[in-house]
Structure formats: C-alpha cells, structure tokens
Design a protein around this ligand. Structure first.
Ligand SMILES: [Zn+2]
Length: 216
C-alpha cells in the first residue's frame, strides 16, 4: 500500500490537502501536531518535556522524541491501508528514521508531495489567521472570513490573533522551516519520488493535481 508525505511551509495549506487525500483514498492520517499534543498530555517525563517545548513559540520538538512517538504510532497502524504523513518528517534525519521504521515492517515511502508557496504568500496567509478566544473556532480574513467584521460567527466575541501568527514570529517559523526541510527535499528529489505542486491555486485544483501525481 502507498505511504505519502505531504510537505510545505507554514501557510501552504498542506493540512487541508493531506486531509483531502485521506478522505478521497481512505488512508490513515498521521498529523504530527495533534499526536504531539496528545502525547504532551500524558504526565510522564517525555510528555512533560514535549509540553514544555511546544509551548515555546517557534520551537520544534527534537528529532529523537518525535521519532520515538512515530515509532509507537506506526507499530499500531494498519500498514495495508496506506498512510498520509502531515507535518512529519520535517528534517532529513527524521525522514531517514521514518524510512527505517517502515522498511523494517516491509513498507516504505512512495511519494513526497511538496506544496510550493512563496514566502510573502505564506506570511500574507498566516497573518490573516484569527481565532475566537471563547470557542477556539478558526478563521482566516483572506480564505475563511467571519460573517461580521472580526467577530466569531458562533459566539460574537472579538477574534484575536495567535501569538504564533504575529509577523515577526511567522518569519522566524518560515526561516526555521526552510533551514530544516531543504536537505530533506533535496534528498527526496534525488530519489525521484518528489512531486512539486504549485500551492498558490484553489484548494480543488491543487487536490486534483495531487491525485493525478499519486496515481501516475
Ligand atoms: Zn467563538
């Protein structure tokens, strides 16, 4: 069965696209953020350490911790169903570890989808994100605007911007992302399994493009 990695800088819409693939092809979904947050709630040493790291803005959880969690997850996954990886791997080292974990179970990585979005477009999209302080509903003033000004559709509270989405923190996140991910992208390109996709089109156009590349 096929295993796919969806890569892209913050604001590239990779989460949306990963979920669409999961839905269309009935794959399992590995979303590193959710899985890390879940793990952080377990009050053991690893959970507490992850909790501390993910609450420092712009910081990433170290490879060995993420890899340990991925290993646990894959051990329980149904490998005959296919997996979409979203938000992991982020580094070449994580990628090589994932390959090793999958190879040991007679599986592997078949395609890496890379959503290309210019840096200024990432910044534009991310700085338009808003969240309701009361119900946590998410909006985007560009792509998913609230019905009324900057107020929550559900509870009419004034929307706020996450600290993480302040312009200077966005730029820091993007810089970190490209530094960490570039060697991974180059390695995958040499292996011939990289599919670079123009991420500045409509959600549906991108989705159709991805499906064609997966099927070929
Ligand atoms: Zn609300």
């Amino acid at each position: 069965m096929m295993n796919i990695i969806v890569l892209g800088p913050p604001g590239s819409g990779k989460g949306t696209q990963a979920k669409l693939i999961v839905k269309e092809l009935d794959f399992q979904y590995f979303e590193s953020g959710d899985i890390l947050r879940e793990r952080a709630q377990e009050q053991d040493t690893l959970g507490q350490e992850i909790d501390r790291i993910i609450h420092q803005e712009g910081k990433y959880v170290p490879d060995e911790m993420v890899v340990a969690i991925v290993n646990d997850w894959i051990t329980e996954a149904k490998l005959e169903q296919g997996i979409v990886f979203d938000g992991f791997p982020r580094t070449l080292n994580q990628y090589q570890n994932l390959q090793k974990i999958l190879t040991e179970r007679g599986s592997g990585i078949d395609k890496v989808i890379y959503l290309k979005v210019r840096e200024e477009e990432s910044v534009r999209r991310l700085s338009a994100r808003r969240i309701c302080p009361q119900c946590d509903l998410e909006f985007n003033l560009v792509t998913k605007p609230p019905k009324k000004d900057e107020f929550c559709d559900q509870c009419q509270k004034k929307l706020i911007q996450r600290q993480d989405d302040a312009p200077e923190i966005i730029k820091k996140r993007l810089k970190t992302y490209y530094q960490l991910t570039r060697p991974l992208v180059e390695s995958v390109r040499q292996q011939g399994i990289l599919e670079e996709i123009d991420g500045e089109r409509s959600i549906d156009e991108i989705h159709q493009d991805i499906l064609e590349r997966i099927k070929k």
